[in-house]
Design a protein around this ligand. Structure first.
Ligand code: PMP
Length: 351
């Protein structure tokens, strides 16, 4: 080993889902939206003047911040934006989880949390979900350095009732509680109204799922003005220009089309409910999902085998070879046609 290696920050990185690119594929592995972004997004991008790219973008991302604030009935000072919610969450870990005490998040959850904690050298504990993959709120009523969980949780899809989320926030006035609402628009109840009541609550959302813009990388956080100021201070100490001009223009256009947003979310919810019935009939079981995916296990066929069999047909789902969840598949909800093909294959394979 070279001597300099002793001074390298060594991390085990997060592994993103694969991004295969076959023309005939059915891609149900990274919780993307199967529908295109709102029509206004295309118009905004086509209307961009390339000459403006000489110039740095607005470091405050003011137009996008304003559009999001207006949409959710907030002040601009209550909104922070970043390069996908991964960027927003990473900045939030760096800003708010600065204690010697362990940060708490579930044992089965978004697998980026422990990566950021390790990267930033934040101690953490992972209270176990119950046997039905539900968060036990009492596990979060002890001394800690901060709390983060997705609601609905990933990869389980399980939603914690808002009253329980509020209980966790209420029990933890001395730390910041981050509720990661990446999937909330598919039928979940948002904690956003609680930011007026609790100055220790940060709600994080993304344009990657419900607004069909995973490729554009837009995420945001809402909280009281003081929290947002602290987040911006850290952001400006890291990279002033996180959001580029195209993302800012596209993001504003996406937020402005509420009707399209509701229509596409509803289509996904409808297809999810149909898929639940079909999967149940085929011998799968799963906890009820309020997200754009279903986390399912089959009564006889091992998940690893199904994963490979689907893959051979260019049907991609996500499989996590991890403790407690290695017999489950996370299946993103695609279009009705895609889900029909997926179910047809399973019917044939499992008979
Ligand atoms: N939170 C959760 C729970 C997620 O599953 C994801 C998607 N991988 C993210 C945050 C990050 O999404 P993005 O950076 O695309 O906003």
């Amino acid at each position: 080993m070279s001597k300099w290696e002793a001074n390298v920050r060594k991390v085990i990185p997060y592994t993103p889902g694969e991004q295969p690119n076959q023309p005939d594929m059915i891609k149900l592995n990274t919780n993307e939206n199967p529908y295109p972004p709102a029509p206004g997004v295309e118009k905004a991008l086509k209307g961009m003047d390339t000459d403006t790219m000489r110039l740095y973008p607005d470091p405050t991302a003011g137009d996008l911040v304003h559009a999001i604030a207006q949409n959710y009935g907030l002040k601009d000072e209550q909104v922070f934006v970043g390069v996908g919610s991964d960027d927003v969450l990473a900045m939030s870990f760096l800003t708010f989880f600065n204690s010697e005490k362990p940060v708490l998040f579930p044992d089965i959850t978004y697998s980026f949390y422990d990566v950021w904690a390790d990267l930033f050298r934040i101690p953490y504990e992972r209270p176990a979900l119950d046997e039905n993959f539900h968060i036990k709120k009492e596990d979060y009523f002890k001394e800690n350095g901060g709390i983060v969980f997705p609601n609905p949780n990933a990869p389980t899809g399980v939603e914690m009732p808002l009253a329980d989320v509020e209980d966790i926030i209420r029990h933890n006035p001395e730390v910041i509680v981050i509720v990661d609402e990446a999937y909330v628009d598919f039928g979940g109840q948002s904690a956003l109204p609680l930011i007026e009541k609790y100055d220790n609550l940060l709600v994080v959302q993304t344009f990657s799922k419900s607004r069909s813009m995973a490729g554009m990388r837009i995420g945001f956080a809402c909280g009281n003005e003081k929290l947002i100021k602290f987040l911006n201070d850290v952001k400006y100490s890291f990279n002033s220009y996180t959001m580029d001009r195209t993302a800012l223009a596209a993001g504003v256009a996406a937020v402005e089309d509420q009707a399209y947003f509701e229509e596409t979310c509803n289509k996904i919810i409808e297809t999810r409910e149909w898929t639940k019935k079909e999967l149940t009939a085929l011998g799968f079981s799963f906890q009820d999902s309020k997200s754009n995916f279903i986390f399912a296990t089959h009564k006889t066929c091992p998940a690893a085998e199904l994963f490979e069999a689907l893959r051979e047909q260019h049907i991609y789902v996500r499989y996590f070879p991890k403790d407690r969840i290695d017999n489950f598949l996370r299946i993103t909800i695609g279009t009705k046609e895609e889900m029909q093909k997926f179910i047809d294959f399973l019917k044939d394979y499992l008979k």
